[in-house]
Structures are given as structure tokens and as C-alpha cells.
Design a protein around this ligand. Structure first.
Ligand code: IPE
Ligand code: IPE
Ligand code: MG
Length: 249
């Protein structure tokens, strides 16, 4: 590894550009607690969270990460007060509108993973527009998990297979794990190598259940709005020190 293939910061933040995780997934948690600590409204916490997402996406794109999947809204987040749900949807809409100029201009692709049918028509149209506009871009692929639930994703894939079996398109004895993977929202996207969760929680909260079978986890107490370049570099550096065995020796 040459000196030029390394990014130097602090010693622990040294990363090897030749051994980057291809796919990073992030559970962006702690916006509410960040706001509460400052006596601010939760909506201001979410706004700062949205700024953090913009920052981290740019950094991942600059470093040369191929896929970044972020958990923006879960199928269980509908349980929150309507005003908070509306606020989150509005921020996501703004994010998509700005992403067109700010992210797509950098040759980045945007995809939304989740059950889109439950989203407003405006949101569905905006998603279609941004996905189409960026589908040929070859830089970082930013996957925004929106109304995403890992169990629902697997359940829908199983139902799809059952339908195809019913129509005679697939034979039960021939169904493979790949057939199931191809019917997930993440079809065509490699499994995440590294999963990050901010805010000190150590659970998966229904994120990428199928895909995370051999993913390396990295947790931090840092609240999402405070998440910066040093934290993503620290996570990547730690990932590069780990020994992945995938069940082998
Ligand atoms: C993450 O922050 C954003 C979403 C879940 C949409 P939270 O809103 O969960 O923040 P905390 O966990 O209440 O601090
Ligand atoms: C997970 O965070 C979902 C997102 C970050 C969008 P939550 O804050 O909703 O998860 P729990 O409730 O702590 O498990
Ligand atoms: Mg939370």
C-alpha cells in the first residue's frame, strides 16, 4: 500500500483506499435526543439530521464508496405523532429536490428502498423523477430507505414468489435464495459490508435483515446530527482491522 493510497488524519483514522467497504449502511439515530439536549424541537433535530446526511453522503462519494444505504423512515415510524411524520416527509421531499442538483451533479445515483405505495402521490412522483434522472450515473449510489421494514421486505418477496408459483411461472422445487434476493428492494445491490448505528442504541430495528447476514457492525454514542467525517473514517478504519470469515476459518 503506497503512501498515496492512504488518507491521513489522526493515526486511528487512517484508511486504506484499496480496501474500502463497497457498501455502507447507516441507521441514522438520535435526532430527537440531540434536539432535547439543546431545548429545541424534534423537528430542528431532524433538520440537523438531514444536514448530517448531506455531509456524510458527500464524504462517502469523495472517498469512493460505491453504495450508501441510509435508514430514513421505518415502517414503524408511522406510530409517531402525525406532526412529526409530516415534518419528516417534508424534509425528505426537500432532500430529494436538492439532491437532484447537489448530488446528481456529482454523478451520484439515488434510489429509494421501501413500500412506496403508502407514500403521498407527490412523494411518489418526486421519487420516480429523481430515480429516473440519476439512473445512469456511475458514482456513489445513495439508497434512501423510506417506509422500509426488513420483515415486510422479505414477506413481500415471499408473496411475490407464491404468486409466480400460482401462475406457473416458477416451480416450488426450483426456487432459490437468489430468486428471493432478486425480489427484495435491494435487488442488484451487494450486501452491506459495514453497518453503522449512531446514538448508542445497539439494535437492528428491522433494517436489512436478509442483507446483513455477514455485515460488520459499528456503533457510536454520537447522535446523528453530530456525525462528522472523523466518525465515518473511524468506522471504516475499524472495519479494515477486522477479520471477516463468512463462516470459514
Ligand atoms: C432518527 O432519530 C430519525 C428517525 C427515526 C426518523 P430519532 O427521531 O429516532 O431520534 P431519537 O431516537 O428520538 O433521539
Ligand atoms: C430506526 O430508528 C429507524 C430510523 C433510523 C429511520 P428508531 O429510532 O425508529 O428505532 P428504535 O425505535 O429506537 O428501535
Ligand atoms: Mg430513534
Amino acid at each position: 500500500m503506497s503512501v498515496f493510497s492512504r488518507i491521513f488524519n489522526k493515526k486511528s483514522l487512517e484508511i486504506d483506499k484499496s480496501g474500502l467497504p463497497k457498501h455502507i449502511a447507516i441507521i441514522m439515530d438520535g435526532n430527537g435526543r440531540w434536539a432535547k439536549k439543546r431545548g429545541l424541537s424534534r423537528s430542528l433535530g431532524h433538520r440537523e439530521g438531514s444536514n448530517a446526511l448531506k455531509r456524510i453522503t458527500e464524504i462517502c462519494s469523495d472517498i469512493g464508496i460505491k453504495y450508501l444505504t441510509v435508514y430514513a423512515f421505518s415502517t414503524d415510524n408511522w406510530k409517531r405523532p402525525q406532526s412529526e411524520v409530516d415534518n419528516l416527509m417534508q424534509l425528505l421531499m426537500e432532500y430529494l429536490k436538492k439532491a437532484e442538483t447537489e448530488l446528481a451533479g456529482k454523478n451520484n445515483r439515488i434510489r429509494v428502498l421501501g413500500n412506496k405505495r403508502a407514500l403521498s402521490h407527490d412523494m411518489q412522483n418526486e421519487i420516480k423523477r429523481v430515480e429516473r434522472l440519476t439512473e445512469r450515473n456511475t458514482g456513489l449510489c445513495l439508497n434512501i430507505a423510506l417506509n422500509y421494514g426488513g420483515r415486510e421486505e422479505i414477506f413481500f418477496a415471499v408473496k411475490e414468489i407464491l404468486k409466480e408459483v400460482g401462475r406457473g411461472k416458477l416451480k416450488p422445487e426450483n426456487v432459490t435464495q437468489e430468486d428471493l434476493a432478486e425480489r427484495l428492494y435491494t435487488a442488484g445491490i451487494p450486501d452491506p459490508d459495514l453497518m453503522i448505528r449512531s446514538s448508542g442504541e445497539k439494535r437492528i430495528s428491522n433494517f436489512l435483515l436478509w442483507q446483513a447476514a455477514y455485515t460488520e457492525f459499528w456503533y457510536t454514542d454520537v447522535l446523528w446530527p453530530d456525525f462528522r467525517k472523523e466518525h465515518i473514517l473511524e468506522a471504516i478504519a475499524e472495519y479494515q482491522r477486522r477479520n471477516r470469515r463468512f463462516g470459514g476459518v
